[in-house]
Design a protein around this ligand. Structure first.
Ligand code: SAM
Ligand code: SF4
Length: 325
């Protein structure tokens, strides 16, 4: 079992399979993109599988595949086939922009990979396309409906941005009701690939909640799932639910059960810190998985108490596409 220096059990790995993406969301990266890694600098699928299996041996129960956009990397589905057969892994989930998932829905279903988080920041086509700097609104919406019709557990992730998509909050609540899905509103974080981030957030979790309750006064808080970053609510007489993820305010660090591995094979023990171990390097030197296990344990034993401490003690402002969300 992986237990950190604050007694938090680490059971959830967010595994980024690529830093590349076919969108350019404004909150994630600049229009020209970021410096994407050449494929040879990424973990190969074989290395990724070896590493994932080692994490599972150590006690990881849930792996979320993320990116960049996971479906832009060739070979993802073969990797998922292999991963789905590893004993001890209880859940594989995916975070995606849902532009390329359509043709894989049947296979994902057959692999029982049914938890899919879709990033969608507006229900207005023009606004969506302006935020993502691409023209995929219809494809994404269609794929969301396909996923729902096929029985997937879909969560919509919407990053709330001042003066950009706050008019979408209530339409998304209505979308949750109409489609019986969960919509989660994320505080924006300063990981947009620009050297300059921001220190103050206009639309934090309190303001998002106030906005929602001004329209729907009776919201009921749901029991928190262990390690969850979102506070979840239902609205009286309405289907679906909504959640708020205080990713900037960092209200959830005390129960954080997650670690991240970037597509380049770097371990990141907190969203707000820099990488601590290069698995690519270790795997390249020799395949001694005992050394890798020791490196994982050592990193887990020196985690920061919370994202504020991590931010204070490390210099870190990069694009979320390199972290994996
Ligand atoms: N491309 C996939 C997608 O967009 O779902 C997976 C990778 S993306 C980096 C993972 C998550 O990070 C998405 O839900 C996205 O909205 C979120 N994200 C990216 N940049 C963010 C930022 N600056 N603040 C808050 N969330 C962000
Ligand atoms: Fe791509 Fe996801 Fe970043 Fe948008 S949030 S640019 S879809 S990696």
């Amino acid at each position: 079992m992986l237990i950190d220096n604050y007694n938090r059990v680490i059971s959830y790995l967010r595994l980024s399979v690529t830093d590349n993406c076919n969108m350019r969301c404004q909150y994630c990266m600049p229009a020209e993109g970021v410096e994407f890694s050449p494929v040879k600098e990424l973990l190969s699928w074989e290395e990724m599988f070896l590493l994932a299996s080692t994490f599972i041996e150590l006690g990881i129960k849930k792996i979320r595949i993320t990116g960049g956009e996971p479906f832009v990397r060739k070979g993802l589905m073969d990797f998922l086939h292999k991963l789905a057969s590893v004993d001890g892994l209880e859940e594989i989930s995916i975070t995606t922009n849902a532009t390329l998932i359509g043709e894989h829905i049947a296979t994902l279903k057959s692999l029982r990979i049914l938890n899919v988080n879709v990033s969608m920041d507006s229900l207005d086509k023009n606004r969506f396309n302006a935020i993502t700097r691409r023209d995929y609104f219809d494809v994404v919406l269609n794929n969301v409906h396909q996923l729902l019709q096929n029985g997937f557990n879909v969560k919509i992730n919407c990053v709330v941005m001042n003066e950009q998509n706050t008019d979408d909050i209530i339409p998304f609540i209505n979308f949750a009701h109409a489609n019986n899905v969960d919509v989660r509103f994320l505080e924006e974080m300063p990981f947009n690939g620009h050297s300059k981030g921001f220190d103050r957030l206009e639309w934090d979790h309190v303001k998002i909640m106030d906005h929602i309750t001004a329209h729907f006064p009776t919201v009921n808080r749901l029991h928190s799932v262990a390690g969850s970053t979102s506070e979840n609510y239902t609205i009286e007489n309405r289907k679906g639910s909504f959640g708020i993820i205080a990713s900037f305010s960092r209200t959830f660090c005390g129960t954080c059960n997650r670690i991240r591995v970037s597509a380049r094979g770097e371990l990141q023990t907190c969203l707000y810190t820099s990488e601590s171990v290069s698995f690519k390097k270790l795997l390249g030197q020799n395949r001694d998985m005992e050394i890798i296990k020791q490196a994982i344990h050592a990193a887990i034993r020196t985690r920061f108490k919370d994202g504020f401490e991590a931010e204070e003690k490390t210099v870190f402002k990069k694009s979320m596409s390199l972290i994996g969300g």
